[in-house]
Design a protein around this ligand. Structure first.
Ligand SMILES: *[C@@H]1O[C@H](CO)[C@@H](O)[C@H](O)[C@H]1NC(C)=O
Ligand SMILES: *[C@@H]1O[C@H](CO)[C@@H](O)[C@H](O)[C@H]1NC(C)=O
Ligand SMILES: *[C@@H]1O[C@H](CO)[C@@H](O)[C@H](O)[C@H]1NC(C)=O
Length: 333
């Protein structure tokens, strides 16, 4: 099996993540949360600007512990002109069962988004499996959008120049699956204030009963080996369902017909060492066939989740391409 070119630092982190994942994800379909909470590094919200970004946590619905972390860029770009900022609603990855909006890795990534795009980032802390199965995650995503639609921004610390008519959905891995399903629901709803004009789908987590060529070839890849993804789908889906469910095999036999849905312009990011790549390209082709505006961006040396490793050159390349995509969609809107 060919291997990606990776610095030692990345290899060590991947090894640690694999050991932790295999320890906390139990064979009986439960997650050892107490151990995970002990091992996982969290970042607290910080109202003081650090490298041009301040953060705060906003409650959407306390009864189900639904909240988001708000990332606001604090520096006015050169020229001194205050420009309207797009709002990126971001869903973290972790197979629907791991990680949170305050995991240190995702806090760092969202800080970079806020400065580099620049944009206001809403990083959603949705409920996790197996404690909460499908469709809890999609409901939390959609309800966050509804909350943004209904709440006056200045009541919870959004900057005055945040523009609700320039919203983007974004996510990586399971978060990109979530973003896709929220995009469908948002396209069918009539949000008057909030307008979703684009989607950044980073290495989306999709599946199906049949194995694809890349899944077989890269079956032991880090983070998303076949045994791990099978485990994640099993605890996500309703009891007795298989992976051809419309939430998993989105373009398969039970696919939702989105040809008449007002679906946002989408950028699909694919890595050449990601076992999920065949399904991601199929997702891209399916969006095309459904008549949607979609762009495919490939990183041949990219492993799954490459972009959260700032030491990889593809990570900063991705940031630039995503920034250009956002600007392009904002100009058109
Ligand atoms: C799953 O396994 C763990 C540890 O082996 C055990 O503590 C837990 O009670 C089990 N849970 C269920 C629902 O079987
Ligand atoms: C969004 O908010 C507007 C008013 O601000 C309201 O008219 C509309 O029904 C809301 N949309 C949804 C889907 O809740
Ligand atoms: C969905 O299922 C069909 C039929 O089983 C299969 O041919 C297709 O490759 C699957 N697509 C994805 C994206 O998993």
């Amino acid at each position: 099996m060919a291997s990606p070119v990776l610095p030692w630092k990345t290899k060590i982190v991947l090894k640690i993540l694999s050991v932790v994942t295999d320890t906390v994800c139990r064979p009986n379909g439960t997650v050892y949360r107490r151990l995970l909470n002990f091992l996982e590094i969290k970042a607290a919200a910080n109202g003081k600007p650090v490298r041009g970004v301040k953060t705060s946590d906003v409650t959407v619905d306390a009864t189900r512990k639904l909240w988001f972390r708000l990332f606001t860029p604090t520096e006015i770009p050169k020229g001194g002109e205050v420009i309207p900022l797009p709002v990126i609603i971001f869903f973290h990855g972790g197979g629907f069962s791991l990680l949170t909006a305050d995991s240190q890795g995702y806090d760092k990534v969202c800080r970079q988004f806020a400065v580099k795009f620049p944009a206001v980032i809403v990083s959603v802390n949705y409920r996790l499996t197996p404690e909460h199965r499908f469709p809890s995650q999609y409901e939390d995503g959609f309800d966050t959008l509804k909350f943004l639609n209904e709440t006056e921004f200045d009541t919870f610390g959004f900057p005055a120049n945040a523009d609700p008519s320039k919203c983007f959905l974004a996510g990586d891995s399971a978060g990109a699956n979530l973003a896709h399903h929220v995009a469908i629901r948002a396209g069918e709803a009539d949000f008057k204030r909030v307008k979703v004009i684009g989607q950044i789908s980073i290495q989306p987590f999709f599946g199906g009963e049949d194995r694809t060529e890349s899944e077989i070839r890269l079956s032991t890849a880090p983070l998303v080996s076949l045994s791990r993804t099978d485990w994640m789908w099993k605890i996500f889906l309703p009891e007795g369902e298989n992976r051809d469910h419309e939430a998993v095999n989105v373009s398969g036999p039970r696919a939702i017909d989105i040809s008449k849905v007002n679906y946002p312009a989408t950028m699909v990011v694919v890595g050449g060492f990601d076992p999920l790549q065949d399904r991601q390209r199929e997702f891209y082709r399916w969006l095309k066939r459904s008549g949607k505006e979609v762009k495919l961006v490939e990183y041949p040396n990219g492993i799954h989740a490459f972009y959260i490793f700032p030491e990889l050159p593809e990570s900063s390349q991705f940031m630039t391409v995503a920034r250009d995509f956002i600007h392009e969609q904002c100009d058109k809107a």
